[in-house]
Design a binder for this molecule. Structure first.
Ligand code: KG4
Ligand code: ZN
Length: 347
């Protein structure tokens, strides 16, 4: 049995977790997530403030995760840190702390790609959320559609050409006067919205598109955001219209995400779809994905909200795979703002 401490500080959550097990049989012993609420005041994450907040909380957050797991530093086999992608100043805090801990205990260090973490999140709760599967990762910074043949073997089918899905939710929320991050408020508001009042085109979703077309799996949300902006500007009474606008935006976004994911599952004959990232908290999305996929016997796995959003358990979970592959990071491991997910195979 292996015991790994995971550390995640890529954006505005300081998180640590301890996991135990081997292979795909890994148990979460603890998970501590400290969210930095301070950014709400600014309507977005302020990188410098995020780094400083990580600095003040990293020590108690890691100590608490170790304590809650009923273990000690001496009993850890490895330490895994997110080292890309993310805010470099924020990544550096968790990475440097993890490095120092690993060096002081003489145990291995692993550098984990944040999006590979999101890919593993569902597997923590669902024993069948393992490859082969189609993955849709939708967060504040990324929108990735992947075919996962095996852990560590990822075919990148589609990504966003502009805004990430979560970013589009947050920008639309701002246009409607909702708090940051606004994804969940859009979802709440959309429930009361008249679905017929507005209609926004489905971005890059041509019905006669073919798998060899460049936009078959690609995403773009900037046009949708402009459509929302135009509806907001031409509305004589935004207060009365905003639920219907939120509804029309979400319907368009969800239909696009669902349809492209279904296309990928169908093209690769996958029987499983795995969702990850903060937008996977959206119940309307997961319900729509289920409705579309289950007709064809494709099962859909979604992590619970705590594991869908940024957390260290998913980082430690991905680290089990990398650790068992024999991977180890050197102490000169660096942090990078962006980097392709490891293990990409040709599309
Ligand atoms: O994965 P995550 O916690 O952080 C990043 O790595 O970016 O994702 C955060 C994103 C935000 O854009 C937030 O608005 C969105 O996830 N989000 C949602 C919902 N809950 C969180 N978007 C739509 N519906 C939700 N219920
Ligand atoms: Zn994330």
């Amino acid at each position: 049995m292996t015991r790994i401490l995971g550390i995640e500080t890529s954006c505005d959550e300081t998180s640590a977790a301890v996991l135990e097990g081997s292979g795909d049989n890994v148990k979460q012993k603890s998970l501590v997530i400290l969210s930095q609420d301070v950014h709400q005041v600014f309507g977005g994450v302020v990188p410098e403030i995020a780094s400083r907040a990580h600095l003040t909380s990293i020590v108690p957050v890691v100590a608490r995760a170790i304590e809650e797991a009923g273990t000690s530093l001496d009993q850890l086999d490895a330490i895994a840190v997110t080292n890309t992608p993310g805010l470099v100043g924020a990544l550096l805090v968790g990475m440097s702390y993890g490095k120092a801990l690993a060096f002081s205990r003489g145990i291995p260090l692993l550098g984990i790609h944040h999006m590979e973490g999101h890919l593993f999140a569902a597997a923590l709760e669902h024993r069948d959320a393992v490859p082969p599967f189609t993955a849709l990762l939708v967060s504040g910074g990324h929108t990735l559609l992947l075919d996962v043949e095996a852990w560590g073997k990822y075919r990148l089918l589609g990504a966003t050409r502009d805004d990430a899905a979560g970013e589009a939710f947050d920008k639309v929320a701002k246009l409607l006067g909702l708090d940051y991050p606004g994804g969940r408020y859009i979802e709440q508001l959309a429930r009361d919205g008249d679905p017929k009042r507005f209609h926004f085109a489905r971005p890059m979703l041509r019905k006669n598109a073919l798998p060899q077309d460049e936009d078959y799996y690609a995403f773009s949300f900037i046009g949708l955001k402009t459509a929302v902006l135009n509806a907001v500007r031409s509305s004589g009474n935004l207060e009365a219209d905003k639920a219907a606008i939120a509804r029309a935006f979400q319907d368009s976004m969800i239909e696009t995400l669902v349809e492209k994911t279904y296309r990928a599952a169908d093209a690769f004959s996958r029987q499983r779809v795995v969702l990850g990232g903060g937008v996977a908290c959206n119940r309307t999305l997961s319900d729509a994905m289920r409705a579309r996929c289950e007709r064809d016997g494709i099962r859909v796995f979604t992590p619970s909200p705590r594991l869908a959003t940024d957390n260290a358990a998913m980082i430690a979970r991905a680290a089990f795979f990398r650790f068992e592959q024999g991977e180890r990071a050197d102490l000169d491991l660096n942090a990078y703002a962006s980097c392709p997910i490891p293990g990409l195979v040709a599309a």
